[in-house]
Design a protein around this ligand. Structure first.
Ligand SMILES: [Zn+2]
Length: 430
C-alpha cells in the first residue's frame, strides 16, 4: 500500500471526536486520588491489569514512583477497552433485532445483503472510533510512557516485549463458519493456509447445523483449532438476562464436551460483563474498530487485554470479509493490506475474521490467498493460534522485569519465552 493510498483512505473516514477525558499527559483526573499505595494496588487488581504499567510491563523498580499515574491509566484504558465511550444502551445488542431474526432465514442471501448494506448506509455513523485504523489508545499508551520516563528521570528503559521469543508483531487467523456450506469449504481454505505456513481457528455455532466432528478432528490433527460461535445465529444469547441464564449453561456444556476454549459471539452481539462471566479461556467478540456490525463499536486496541482476571480478549483487527464484500462493496484485499501493514508497523496483533461461507471459493478465495501471501511476507511476525496468544498474554502478565546493578532479569514461570526490549527500540514507544 503506497503512502498516498494510505493518506487517502485515512482522509475518507471521519475524525475522532474530542473525548471528554484528559490524556495521560494531562493532570490527574479529579476522581483519581491514588495516594494510598495499598488502594492503588487493589484498584490495579480490580481492573485485571489493563493499566499502562501492565500493558508496557516496565521494570518493577519503577512502579512505586508511578503508582498514581498507573491508577489513572487503568481508568482511561477501561474507557476504551470496555467501550465505555458509548452510551450504556449501545454496549448491548440493539432492540429491534428480534424482527430481523424472525424473517432472516426467509429472505434469500442476496436480498438480505442488499437490505443490510442499505441499512448501514442510512444508519447514522458514529464518528468514533475511526475506521479502518483507530490510533487514540495507542497514542495514549505512548504519551503515558513518555510521562512515566519523565517521572522516573530516565530517557530510555526496558520492558517485556509484547510477543514471545523476540517476535515483532503477531498474526492470528480466525473464521466463523455460518452454515454447512461454510463447513464444506473449510478444507480448501485450510489447505491454502497450510501452504503459506499458517494454522487457523474456526468458530462453530454449536446448534445451527450438523457438525461433522470427524472433519474437526482431522483439522485438529493438522494443527488447526476450534472455538464456539454461540449456539445459533438467532440474536438470543445476549438479548436479555433470562435468555442468557437459559442459554449459557447449554453453550458451556457443549463447548466443554467438544474441547472448545475460545468464544466469539454470533454477529458479535455482545455484553462485556456477561461474556466475562463465561467459562471460556479467551474471547474474540470485540473488534478494535467496527462501525458496520449490528452493534457498532470497538475496543480501540490492537493488542490483547483482560476482559476479566481470567479471560483474555483477542480483538479482531482486520475488517470482516462479509462487511467489505457484501455491505460496503469494496475490494477486501486493499483494506486488509492497509490495516495489516499499519498494525505490523507498531508491532500489534493482526487478527483476521473471515468466513468460508463468503470467501471460501471463487474470486474471493483468490483475494484471501493474496491476503495470506501478504501476511506471510511480514517479517518477524509470530504466527499463532488464538489459544497460544491468550496463554502468552496471561504468562506475560505474571512475569516481572527487574533492572538493577546486576543486570536485566525477567522472573516468573516460563520467563524463557519472554524477551526484554529497550523502549527506544520499540516502535509503539516512539
Ligand atoms: Zn457468525
Amino acid at each position: 500500500m503506497s503512502t498516498s493510498a494510505f493518506s487517502h483512505l485515512m482522509r475518507s473516514v471521519p475524525a475522532a471526536p474530542k473525548i471528554e477525558l484528559r490524556s495521560f499527559d494531562g493532570v490527574a483526573r479529579s476522581e483519581s486520588r491514588a495516594t494510598d499505595p495499598t488502594l492503588t494496588c487493589q484498584a490495579r487488581n480490580a481492573v485485571a491489569a489493563n493499566d499502562a504499567f501492565s500493558f508496557w510491563k516496565l521494570a518493577e523498580e519503577w512502579q512505586p514512583a508511578l503508582n498514581e499515574i498507573i491508577l489513572e491509566s487503568a481508568r482511561i484504558a477501561e474507557h476504551y477497552l470496555f467501550e465505555n465511550y458509548l452510551a450504556a444502551c449501545r454496549r448491548r445488542p440493539p432492540s429491534g433485532l428480534d424482527t430481523y431474526y424472525l424473517v432472516k432465514n426467509l429472505i434469500p442471501d442476496k436480498i438480505r445483503f442488499s437490505i443490510n448494506s442499505l441499512a448501514i448506509r442510512v444508519r447514522r455513523r458514529q464518528t468514533f472510533p475511526n475506521w479502518p485504523c483507530e490510533g487514540t489508545l495507542l497514542r495514549l499508551w505512548r504519551q503515558w510512557l513518555q510521562r512515566a520516563l519523565r517521572q522516573v528521570g530516565a530517557t530510555d528503559g526496558w520492558h517485556i516485549g509484547f510477543w514471545p521469543r523476540g517476535f515483532r508483531s503477531c498474526i492470528v487467523i480466525t473464521h466463523d463458519v455460518e452454515s454447512s456450506l461454510g463447513l464444506d469449504a473449510m478444507n480448501a481454505v485450510a489447505d491454502l493456509e497450510e501452504r503459506y505456513g499458517f494454522r487457523s481457528a474456526w468458530n462453530l455455532p454449536l446448534q445451527q447445523y450438523a457438525i461433522d466432528w470427524k472433519q474437526v478432528d482431522n483439522l485438529r490433527e493438522r494443527g488447526f483449532e476450534f472455538g464456539a460461535h454461540g449456539l445459533r445465529h438467532d440474536g438470543k444469547l445476549f438479548r436479555s438476562a433470562a435468555d442468557f441464564a437459559a442459554l449459557k449453561p447449554k453453550l458451556e456444556k457443549l463447548a466443554r464436551e467438544h474441547g472448545l476454549h475460545g468464544f466469539r459471539a454470533p454477529s458479535t452481539l455482545r455484553r462485556a460483563e456477561w461474556i466475562a462471566s463465561m467459562t471460556f479461556d479467551f474471547d474474540s467478540s470485540f473488534a478494535d474498530t467496527d462501525p458496520w456490525e449490528p452493534q457498532p463499536g470497538g475496543t480501540c486496541s490492537i493488542f490483547p487485554f483482560f476482559l476479566s482476571s481470567q479471560m483474555v480478549e483477542l480483538p479482531y483487527t482486520l475488517p470482516q470479509d462479509h462487511t467489505l464484500i457484501h455491505l460496503l462493496h469494496r475490494d477486501p484485499l486493499q483494506v486488509w493490506m492497509l490495516k495489516a501493514d499499519w498494525i505490523a508497523s507498531v508491532g500489534g496483533l493482526i487478527l483476521t475474521l473471515t468466513h468460508p461461507d463468503y470467501s471460501g471459493s471463487g474470486r474471493y478465495l483468490q483475494k484471501y490467498e493474496d491476503l495470506l501471501k501478504h501476511l506471510a511476507a511480514i517479517e518477524g511476525a509470530w504466527r499463532a493460534l488464538p489459544s497460544e496468544v491468550a496463554r502468552w498474554w496471561r504468562n506475560r502478565a505474571a512475569l516481572t522485569l527487574r533492572v538493577g546493578d546486576s543486570g536485566i532479569r525477567i522472573e516468573g514461570a516460563q520467563a524463557g519465552e519472554a524477551v526484554a526490549v529497550a523502549l527506544s527500540k520499540e516502535p509503539l514507544a516512539n
